[in-house]
Write a protein that binds this ligand. Sequence first.
Ligand SMILES: [Zn+2]
Length: 324
Amino acid sequence: MHGWISHPDDVDAKVAEWSAQYPERFTAESMTQYAGRKVWALTVTDKSVDDAPKSKTMFYKPHAHEPAPIAGQVNVINSLLAGETLDGRPTEFDNDRVLTDALLTFIIDANPEGTATAPVEYWDGSQYTNDEFWAWMRGVDPDTGKMWKRVDLWDDTKEEKLPTRYGIVYEQISEHEYVEPNRHHSSTLFKWIFKLWERYEWDQMFSLHQTEFEKRDENCMIILPVLYGDQPEDIKEYETQWADYVVSAWADLDGGRPILESKPLGYSGEQRQYFVERWGRFYDKSRIITSEIQNNSPKTSPFLQMRLNEVAIRATVEFGLGQC
Ligand SMILES: [Zn+2]
């Protein structure tokens, strides 16, 4: 699709182009994941301006079966650097203000090997049922032929039965170990977050995701932290207003059908515990929200998936600037 980039080979080429053309506004840093691909942390800001008073936001994209946030981030970065998206839509940002007053870091794809292993560049609901899609996500269970299990870390020498195809959501971190990037500190995502936190201590951390909205008419939502109820009052208030701001920007977009009321992540048991253990240390320091945009459904085209991401990022940047 014209204007869509998500494959890591294409992202790498675009990063090289931005680095060459916009060195005063663009910084590309990488860590190489076990499989050999570069996991980028891309920072956009006017480097001649002191960073201290800037509104600082980190955007990150953990899951390889959710490619639209990559395409959305590419177009946002291109809009800020070149004044337009890849398909020639003019920037929707006040570029000068954003570059001067904001510092934006994009961990554009936390598991590029997973992204590259997907059978499609976007999931539009025309080729794979959700059951087939989920089996791409977590792997194929050898007994049922359906989706394999969800764990923070697994070791393929210790499983009784291995998936007949490994899931792309898992990042390989050693010869035999695999992790879900936002659920284990050994992921390249967390290595980046811990390293960059020391440098930036972001005001806003925005986790970009997609989900299927199988039984709902809506196609996008914001989720508040799993421990929202325990966060300091000022952080809760900030996150709620930020969520509402994104939701209202989605509602203004042609095709945007947001869930209007944003709620905390509703996990219980083991899945809740992963978030408490792995993210808990950030909940009283930063403001963190998560976006979910419909995936693998004919009701939300790939272009609309990308647009909803672009709009959520734009609204987040605007909201951050309004707070400083
Ligand atoms: Zn996700």
